[in-house]
Write a protein that binds this ligand. Structure first.
Ligand code: BG6
Length: 367
């Protein structure tokens, strides 16, 4: 059932190209210039009436929601807040009937997320669920349901479910942008073309997985490390850090690159690994100056960059890996893959039970 892989997690990492294709399947028009989401019952009038979006989820799904915020805000220009479900439910969120609440849940059974969904409905908001499980509680109670077509995910640490949630957010962002007229069809077609290239690009990263095995084995000797990034790179850094903590039990922190010097820089000591995600061209110089701050304190820096930025970044870091070139907005769908592989191989190097990390469950049905 592991199809020749040693662990479900590795199998699921390798299933991502297929998951991307399946989540896109049937949702792109034949001419490749627009997105069809038949599962969304909102009329164009209702969509134009959305004043704000709340994205609510737990764990890895929350991290997908952080990327989702950036995608919806930049494509559709609707203000978005992303919250952890267990916080959202009890902070008296300002939910109005013109709020679209998006709940994200692989299993569709997470109690905190379900409670947030119910609170949103009680306040009269429309609820859209992004979930991987047809017929799950979340899917039954939401008004609209986008199913991610990742296939069953067994490993506790989520990989293909997360990336297919990203694909769902891209499709949704394009759909909203088209309906609201914030992006034209030419622009949308360009993004869709780039999205169709993602599966092969993920495959090319996977072909180099031994690079990450080596990196992970040296990182596994450390007890602390940092992930840094800006914007969507920070969102991906948070997911990379969670993945590593969940299964390798190495303590790590994800920091907004520019915020390090306002707090945690004192923890950067000789030899500490820092993984820096740099895929956004307009921000790379800023992140480079943060890298210099950690390098000056002895950090060992690995940079994950979007192809095209290698020359600018290489001289400032110890190790560099370039993901295949994609549009900045789509970069999270590629840059997270090296981080998944690092977490996997670090867990393996430490002799942990990769698929069933201690103290964690795949789906938590208590609040
Ligand atoms: C946690 C799992 O308990 O729930 C995480 O350990 C997961 O892996 C999170 O991301 C949310 O789960 P779901 O099913 O709502 O996406």
């Amino acid at each position: 059932e592991k199809a020749g892989f040693d662990h479900f997690m590795l199998k699921e990492i390798y299933e991502q190209p297929k998951a991307y294709r399946n989540t896109m399947m049937g949702r792109v028009s034949e001419d490749g210039r627009s997105v069809h989401l038949k599962e969304i019952g909102m009329t164009p009038e209702q969509i134009r009436g959305i004043s704000k979006v709340h994205i609510v989820a737990c764990g890895t799904a929350y991290h997908a929601g952080l990327v989702g915020k950036s995608v919806i805000e930049s494509l559709a220009r609707i203000p978005v807040e992303t919250d952890v479900a267990s916080e959202y439910r009890y902070r008296s969120p300002i939910i109005t009937p013109d709020t679209l609440v998006i709940v994200v849940s692989q299993s569709g059974e997470t109690a905190d997320t379900l409670a947030a969904l119910r609170e949103a409905k009680r306040c009269g908001a429309r609820v859209l669920a992004i979930t991987n499980v047809v017929g799950s509680s979340v899917s039954r109670e939401a008004d609209d349901v986008m199913i991610t077509q990742a296939g069953p995910e067994i490993a506790v640490a989520s990989t293909k479910a997360y990336t297919s949630q990203l694909i769902a957010f891209y499709l949704l962002g394009l759909y909203l942008a088209d309906t609201l007229g914030t992006k034209d069809r030419e622009w949308i077609a360009n993004v869709l073309t780039a999205m169709h290239e993602l599966p092969e690009q993920v495959e090319s990263i996977l072909e180099q997985s031994m690079v990450f095995k080596q990196i992970a084995e040296s990182m596994a000797k450390h007890d602390n490390l940092f992930f840094i990034g800006r914007g969507v790179d920070f969102a991906v850094a948070q997911e990379g850090s969670l993945k590593l903590k969940e299964i390798s039990y190495i303590h790590s922190e994800a920091y907004a690159a520019g915020e390090l010097k306002h707090g945690t820089l004192a923890l950067i000591e000789e030899g500490i690994p820092v993984i820096s995600v740099i895929t956004q061209e307009e921000l790379y110089e800023k992140t480079l100056s943060n890298i210099k701050e950690v390098k000056a304190r002895g950090a060992h820096v690995l940079a994950i960059v979007n192809a095209g930025l290698e020359d600018e970044v290489a001289k400032s870091v110890d190790e560099i890996f370039a993901i295949p070139k994609t549009l900045p907005v789509l970069a999270p769908a590629l840059s997270v893959v090296p981080l998944q592989l690092i977490a996997y191989y670090a867990s393996l190097a430490r002799g942990n039970d990769v698929d069933k990390p201690r103290n964690l469950a795949k789906s938590v049905t208590v609040e």
